[in-house]
Design a protein around this ligand. Sequence first.
Ligand SMILES: [Zn+2]
Length: 426
Amino acid sequence: MIEHVFEIDPSASEECLRERVEDLERLKSKAAAAQARATALWRAKRHAAEKAAGVPASKRGRGLASEVALARHEAPATGGRHLGFATALVEEMPYTLAALECGALSEWRATLIVRESACLSVEHRARLDAEMCRDVARLDGWGDKRIAAEAKKIACELDVAAVVDRSAKAAEDRRVTIRPAPDSMTYVTALLPVGQGVAVYASLKRSADTTFDGRSRGQVMADTLVQRVTGRPAEQPVDVTLNVVMADTTLMGDDDAPAWLQGYGPLPSAIARGLTGDAVRDAAAKAMLRRLYRHPGSGQLVAMESQARAFPKGLAAFIDLRDQTCRTPYCDAEIRHRDHAVPRRRGGPTSAGNGLGACAACNYAKEAPGWSVVTSERAGVHHAEFTTPTRATYRSTAPPLPGPPVRKVSRLEGRLSIDLITFDAA
Ligand SMILES: [Zn+2]
């Protein structure tokens, strides 16, 4: 029956194909509802088993959010949202769950309703659930914004103090993030309380209003932002350390293999050469070259050993360069910790082989009972295999270093030297 839905008849009419698209959309919502039920039941069973085993209430369910995320092939950081969504929907919001099940809501729209109800008491949440989704015909034609706005309106009517309180708490989540943009540009995004955000923007706009030098308003605002944050004019090289990894052949202009900028990602060779050239020319900056070696087969950084307890600076830098982001599958978060795959207390060595780059959340999740990580190195590829309490296994491998394809170049007895360039204006 279900299989039939997935077969697409090449001779089908457009009407049939439109119906098939609609059927499949309903099926996705239905699957999301079933996934929520399974997730909520999984959580209940985990908590019951841990209670029976004498685990204190405050420690029950540790690491489960990461397990849910891995099972969904998503970043562990999203696990808490999926787990909270499933629990709220199944245990407290029957009408929203039913609307998801019948296809009146997508998973994301149901998530928006759960999110807007999160600050309410159980009783108020039940009322929001009924008002919002008892009559699913109401939801017809509503987009994401309308859904979120209607749910927020009901939440405000039920308990305006709780909604205001939550806005105050949201300020605790203020942060600055970075992500790549096309054409070797980047977005630096600040999430700020509304007053501060508007003030930042207005202040940049004021500089644009008072500067007339041929630059566009957007250019003046961007340059002013850079100058005020870094303390140096936008056209001067930066005064913080940038780690650029590139092949020596790329540095010399012999090839155009992409470089890699720590904290950003792949960088076209010409821009990487420009950055390093700026550092060399700038009298205030100190350009430093450090030589790394990559494996002739896999292209990965080769291993180092250390006996020290904490990961020493050089080894930590090595792991950061090798792993680039948190090594948990599907997690692309920035590395915050150099983690022992086999913990120190169980005899795990402080070594590149046993070391893993991890974000804070994944490092913490992995400490929960029933988790284990085994690392291995085969043909120059660093593997990590994560086993969760339900005996699911997930694998991750470190990415290769930049440079031209390895098989084309062999020197230094089969090892290609890569220059790691750090420049630092101290
Ligand atoms: Zn992570």
